[in-house]
Design a protein. Sequence first.
Lengths: 267, 267
Amino acid sequence: MNRPIGIFDSGVGGLTIVKEVIKQLPKESIVYFGDTARLPYGSKSKEDITKFSSQIIKFLLEQNVKLIIVACNTINANCIYELRNMFPHVDIIGVVDAGTKMASNVTINGRIGIIGTQATIISNMYEQLLKKNNSNFKIYSKACPLFVPLVEDGWINHLATHLITEHYLDALLQKNIDTLILGCTHYPMLAEVIQEVVGDVMLINPAIEVAKSTKTVLQNLNLESQKNATYSFYVSAQPSNMKKTVETFLGCSIDKVSTVEIDKYYL
Amino acid sequence: MNRPIGIFDSGVGGLTIVKEVIKQLPKESIVYFGDTARLPYGSKSKEDITKFSSQIIKFLLEQNVKLIIVACNTINANCIYELRNMFPHVDIIGVVDAGTKMASNVTINGRIGIIGTQATIISNMYEQLLKKNNSNFKIYSKACPLFVPLVEDGWINHLATHLITEHYLDALLQKNIDTLILGCTHYPMLAEVIQEVVGDVMLINPAIEVAKSTKTVLQNLNLESQKNATYSFYVSAQPSNMKKTVETFLGCSIDKVSTVEIDKYYL
């Protein structure tokens, strides 16, 4: 069953998920779509996020994908139920569900922190899902709007990044959390400095769990690939150096990044 | 002649221009449009920036504006000539022209620095315009992609902002510039920390010159208003606290911010 897996995000952050899927499922082909023309979704309305996501799913279905991964916390938090209702014939796996499952399993004191974009934090979806797992969990959250631009401008190991991280995480640490969910796909790129700041708090990278869930679903549906994998990368706009950006996230070289005018094709 | 002035930007940064126009031209009504659904323009292609801008101008012309200010360096740098060709019946004033005029007048050693978004810097438009004024000018430029998110997340007076500013401006200072153009409408909000870092280098805030140019054009065309001014604010998407954000930029309270689905109306 050599149909590809569809993975999409508002931009390039979802490539941290692609990287983990390639690692855990090396025979699966992947079609990636990053909505670079309309990012960031973090500051947009629920209605816009739903509309943009459904356009992207229509495009991915035309690429004959067998399963879709929502590699964007903001999209997952705002509208994954709506998207599952709109597209009932394809499995849609969300990064938020994966992260909450993992955090619920590893926390010992039941005090869990979440960091993400403003839209993800305001949506409260992580808290709702975690409380569904255990209503006694104490959840503390914090939006970190500078983390994505810091990653995209390459400030991975700078004192300024350390100071900003300390400032963002201070209130969470005072709540004595023992587990912190990296609730945005860019944030694993800052895992080292975040770990320095939070000490022995356990960091949760949902990408790892997403790849595991994908493997299980494909096994259950008997949809696993046995052939060599191919990878296709699409974006809605090409800023300079897009190919290089993709390669930086993936840690390997790729053929090309193609452009799709997503807002014209799929109204 | 009580028709309003139209001012537009990819987001809220252009409000620093609105503030200066209100200060210098208190009788002029203003219609502001911020393309919050599709920002940032800084990472988009020239084609997209031109298309989005022409949609906004169509909307502003329907509001019966008598003059248009492009309050966005990225738009000005990428397509102001195209926009003037597409809309020959309305005067279009650009923030880049204003900034270059002012810098050319104040520099003594002819070594001018420019900071802005990636798209503005890559476009090279500031350099071209400055060299047209004086081909002996030495121009040095630097993209500062973190400045807009720092302003929008309120990091105006933090050590991290100081460190980031030092890092961005170091190479320019080594070139012995005596004048630095704040080539992005958000940057005047960071003027204090930038001035600390650059010492006695003269900072150019193009908003001041844009308002002056607007006054001159209205006088020449006999289009000045004599009545009380009214202000209308439109955006393409309403993130949380938009009204408060506008009020922070302007330093005064406003009635409301209305939403226009710009991509549906004006294809």
